[in-house]
Design a protein around this ligand. Structure first.
Ligand code: FE
Ligand code: ZN
Ligand code: FE
Length: 201
């Protein structure tokens, strides 16, 4: 590919990420408020702080490129955050909502990891070594956030959600999807208890 057009693609994807980060910053306070688990609240609050640093890094890169970060709306992130809103509006049990919020947040992290992995590779190809460093820092932070959410899902939160015995079918879906993230041992315990329902599905 012509370097000229790769550079354009690079700027475009950076704009997409800039929009995504901005949308995340707007959505996080609502998610933090909706979460019940103190650990989950803490993890999301910490990621809010980290996200501000990530926005600053992108702004540094745009300045270096002499480009504006504006002019693009990330539709992917809009959709992911919309799903989070939908979940919250269904008002599930607090434990189930926490499990669902973890799932939504992990979708967000994975989307970001895909985007940052891409721009980091392009920065490398284009010879923007300083950008590579900055983008790698963000990539590491997104990975850490994802890992922390996995740990939360594997600890008490999903187990408590699975204990909600009078679960409606909506909640069942939330529990089932969040269980996917759980550790094997956890999943075995949970599916052992609910084995008949699992196989009936
Ligand atoms: Fe981010
Ligand atoms: Zn996007
Ligand atoms: Fe993130």
């Amino acid at each position: 590919m012509e370097l000229e057009s790769l550079r354009e693609l690079y700027v475009d994807e950076l704009k997409d990420l800039y929009s995504a980060e901005g949308q995340i910053l707007k959505a996080l306070p609502r998610m933090i408020k909706a979460a019940s688990s103190r650990d989950l609240k803490r993890a999301l609050t910490e990621h809010e702080r980290v996200t501000r640093k990530q926005v600053k890094r992108l702004e540094r890169i745009f300045k270096d490129l002499d480009e504006t970060p504006r002019g693009k709306k990330c539709r992917g992130m809009e959709g992911l955050l919309e799903e989070g809103k939908e979940l919250m509006s269904e008002k599930p049990e607090p434990d189930v909502l926490d499990a669902g919020l973890i799932s939504k947040a992990q979708h967000v992290e994975h989307y970001e990891i895909a985007g940052y992995g891409t721009v980091r590779a392009w920065a490398q190809q284009l010879g923007f070594d300083q950008h590579v460093e900055l983008l790698q820092e963000t990539l590491d932070e997104e990975g850490e956030a994802d890992k922390r959410l996995s740990q939360l899902a594997e600890s008490s939160i999903n187990l408590e959600a699975a204990d909600t015995d009078d679960a409606t079918s909506d909640r069942e879906v939330a529990v089932a999807s969040s269980r996917e993230m759980g550790s094997r041992g956890r999943r075995t315990r949970a599916s052992g208890r609910r084995g008949s329902e699992m196989s009936a599905r």
